[in-house]
Ligand binder design. Structure first.
Ligand SMILES: Nc1ncnc2c1ncn2[C@@H]1O[C@H](COP(=O)(O)OP(=O)(O)OP(=O)(O)O)[C@@H](O)[C@H]1O
Ligand SMILES: [Mg+2]
Length: 298
């Protein structure tokens, strides 16, 4: 099966699932559905990993069960950021050597992290048996978490596209740098024109003020309005440039944990409350299963 055919299949599965399984609110027949949010960007280094982990921590502090999938498959870095040393990674589950529970590590606030690995085997190359085993492992946690946050690599490689297609919501991270705008535009263009993804949520990081952040969002929005039909860009807010964040990184801690009253931390806590209060669209049962099902073309 070609890559285009696989992506086509993900799209049609997504369509069927969202048409047939709409549960306003949070409950499906067998329990709550986790929200699956992909945190992504065109340009590297704009803060995806820090946003994913700090948001996870804030959600945990608000009583939510959160799992992070480190989907930056080239360069696993969540564990480095948090000073954790995972013994195993997602490859061991994909290879059927370990269970998910054995591979998953617990991070600050009780967040669960599924570590990636450098040189992950290509998802497309897995055997049917490997895919089925992995899916059945995923089923074991499907009902146990409220949020699955996926930290992707930057850019538009296949894995990034797969995760963006399979997630329910996409947070595109922008920084005020012009290249971050052009790269985000390129990512949105690929996802919308080639894969029919129409909704994007924009989070601006590293701005000096909320005014600057809004200007950055407006720039992207005006180019997108002009050149891309029928997409919707929803501005979720901004995480300010905050010197305490790199200070925390140097100590392998989260800014929300080490400096909870710092400007960036306050916005993470606010954002997590905002997310919890929202009534998400298209909540589906078995989201995590669905995510992998699409990726594995089952
Ligand atoms: N709000 C912020 N204020 C100050 N510094 C920040 C902020 N957000 C991120 N940084 C700094 O930017 C650097 C890159 O952040 P991070 O690793 O989270 O980016 P990334 O998008 O995940 O990068 P990559 O594309 O390489 O995975 C970090 O060293 C971090 O200290
Ligand atoms: Mg990263």
């Amino acid at each position: 099966m070609t890559q285009a055919e696989t992506l086509e299949k993900i799209m049609s599965a997504r369509q069927t699932a969202s048409n047939g399984n709409k549960h306003p609110g949070t409950s499906g027949p067998s329990g709550p559905s986790p929200r699956v949010i992909c945190i992504t960007s065109g340009k590297g280094g704009v803060g995806k990993t820090n946003i994913t982990t700090n948001l996870a921590f804030s959600l945990c502090k608000n009583g939510k069960k959160v799992m992070i999938l480190d989907a930056d498959l080239n360069l696993a870095n969540i564990d480095v950021l948090l000073g954790l040393t995972p013994k195993y990674n997602i490859n061991h589950v994909l290879a059927g050597e370990k269970t998910l529970a054995e591979v998953m590590i617990t991070g600050p606030g009780g967040m669960m992290i599924l570590p990636a690995s450098s040189g992950i085997m290509e998802l497309a190359d897995l055997t049917e048996k490997q895919k089925l085993y992995f899916m059945s492992e995923m089923e074991t946690i499907d009902q146990a978490i409220d949020f699955l946050l996926i930290d992707t690599a930057a850019g538009i490689n296949n894995n990034v596209v797969y995760f963006n297609l399979a997630a329910q919501e996409r947070f595109i991270i922008l920084s005020p740098e012009p290249t971050s705008l052009t790269d985000a535009y390129a990512l949105i263009k690929v996802l919308s024109t080639r894969h029919d993804v129409k909704k994007f949520r924009i989070l601006v990081n590293l701005a000096q003020s909320s005014k600057e952040a809004l200007t950055v969002f407006r720039k992207l929005s005006s180019v997108a309005d002009r050149f891309l039909d029928t997409i919707s860009l929803d501005y979720i807010g901004q995480i300010p440039l905050d010197n305490n964040l790199p200070l925390a990184v140097r100590r392998q801690k989260l800014v929300t944990e080490l400096y909870p009253t710092s400007p960036a931390s306050k916005t993470f806590f606010k954002l997590s409350e905002q997310l919890i209060e929202e009534e998400p669209e298209n909540l589906m049962d078995g989201n995590i299963k669905f995510l992998w099902k699409g990726m594995f073309d089952l």
